[in-house]
Design a binder for this molecule. Structure first.
Ligand code: PLP
Length: 294
């Protein structure tokens, strides 16, 4: 068995009530073949997923991640996941993760073409070392996503509020950012509003007020952004959601990309323009995000 491992889940119906689902999990070596070549996740990217940070065998924010998995499944017309079964699978996987930072991925795919059920599995692997980027921040470029801000209501078949397996576009945006000499990207709507990064949410600071783009369907509602807002509210800061014009990016007093595994990274540069980085608050945020959270 390599360091990575996976649990294949025999998915239970959403209303099934079993006390113990351990009999529905099969532990496999993540390097060993386990999926059918007819899998629609691999053929069409047809499925949804979640990435959960694991710190010293504790899976972070499991409830919000499962809520988002269920919402993504609903948007994609996939059968509703049995949340208790997923809770138990995550608990088994987290307990098997050694000390340090790991990442657990939940995958719910439409299954094998013409098959009877979705395919579901959980993987666990060591997280990359993000300590340098947490300390030093990232340079970003803005990239046009090509849609207006209200596209999710107008064209729900684009599945924009779901965390789907179809991340090829997000990965292409990261490559484009690197070609332009940056580390990461921020998507803009084609009517000029700030959205999100390809794998992270954006938080801007204006004085003692923190703002993030409203998750009205066109972007993912980040679990880390929600945690960061709890942390900030407890310290007396004002937090809110808004339509944020792209011009506000460079007017911010500070800005961060936040996500479950990389956690909080300060934005130091937007399209070649310097942004002040608050490294002391960034360190506080990451200390908080690295502490056990449910
Ligand atoms: N937005 C996108 C497009 C993402 O892929 C992610 C995470 O992968 C996020 C936002 C941040 O979500 P979370 O904080 O739940 O990891």
């Amino acid at each position: 068995m390599s360091q990575r491992f996976a649990l294949i889940i025999d998915p239970a119906g959403p209303d099934e009530e079993r006390v113990d689902y351990s009999g529905s999990f099969t532990l496999v070596d993540a390097e060993a073949p386990a999926l059918s070549v007819g899998e629609l996740s691999t053929q069409r990217g047809d499925g949804v997923f979640e990435s959960i940070g694991v710190i010293d065998s504790h899976a972070q924010e499991v409830g919000p991640h499962l809520e988002r998995l269920a919402n993504s499944a609903h948007i994609c017309d996939l059968p509703a996941p049995n949340l208790e079964q997923w809770h138990q699978a995550i608990a088994v996987a987290a307990a098997a993760c050694p000390a340090g930072e790991w990442v657990i991925k939940l995958i719910l795919s439409r299954g094998v073409e013409h098959g009877p059920t979705p395919t579901a599995w959980v993987t666990a692997a060591p997280a990359s070392d993000f300590s340098a980027v947490r300390r030093n921040g990232v340079k970003v470029v803005t990239l046009d996503r090509g849609y207006p801000l209200d596209v999710a209501e107008r064209s729900p078949w684009l599945l924009l509020g779901a965390k789907t397996l179809s991340y090829a576009v997000n990965m292409a945006a990261l490559r484009e950012a690197r070609r332009r000499g940056a580390d990461d990207a921020i998507f803009l709507s084609n009517d000029g509003y700030v959205l999100e990064a390809p794998t992270a949410s954006l938080i801007l600071r204006f004085g003692d007020r923190f703002m993030t783009p409203a998750p009205t369907g066109g972007i993912l509602h980040g679990t880390t952004q929600l945690s960061v807002y709890e942390f900030l509210a407890a310290r007396g800061f004002e937090t809110g959601y808004a339509r944020i014009p792209a011009s506000d990016l460079t007017n911010a007093d500070a800005a961060w990309l936040v996500s479950s595994v990389r956690l909080a990274v300060a934005i130091t540069d937007v399209d070649g323009q310097n942004l002040p980085a608050d490294q002391s608050l960034t360190a506080d945020l990451n200390n908080y995000l690295l502490s056990p959270r449910d």
